[in-house]
Design a protein around this ligand. Sequence first.
Ligand code: SF4
Length: 225
Amino acid sequence: MTELTRLANADAHLRAAYGSPELPESSSGWQRFVRTLLIGPVADPISEAVREALESSALACPQATSQTSTADLVELLAKVPRGSQKASLLRTTANWWLTTFGDTDEPDWSHGLDYYRESLRKIRGLGPATVDELLLFVARLDVFSLDRGTLRVAIRHGWLDLPVEDDESQAFFVRGLRDAAIDLREFSRLITRVAEAHCGREPRCDGCPLQPLLPPNGPLNPDSC
Ligand code: SF4
């Protein structure tokens, strides 16, 4: 089966189970950035605590966030799950944004994927999957976020082999989804959803939308991812 067929089949099964996913919308690139950093690329409805934080003047633009003390950000984010842990990271990324883009809230990300990937990965507290999630959902660049759940699904279905190579896995998803005319962000949300519901440390394949697409002998490497 080609990668195009595999991904198209998976997309069809996931949409049949979950429908087409809603994508998060925000008023500016900076707002998308903050929101994705705080809660991931989830669509509305969001909790009141998250909404209040996102609407606060301290997070309205990168200059404001940069000029707000970490202590004040901790207080602002106290009701957001794991929010206070991200206060310092928010200030660091606000400074990165100002250095990289100046004071615009809606940059064109014109330096391309590799530049921003390398630059963001230097920030302490931003792992590779989070960086790619930001570049996919905020910058809308051609990259795929390989979080743990996505990797589990991909390895167990034989889409990717262990050890997983970054170039190979990016090529599989980005080229495969583009060739199949599937929106990268929507597919990412669908895979994340099935992984959260079924594909944890122990795969729960019964009733999983992707069960019909398993290899003949069941999940591959079920214990090693
Ligand atoms: S739970 Fe099973 S069928 Fe579902 S994605 Fe994981 S390995 Fe595939």
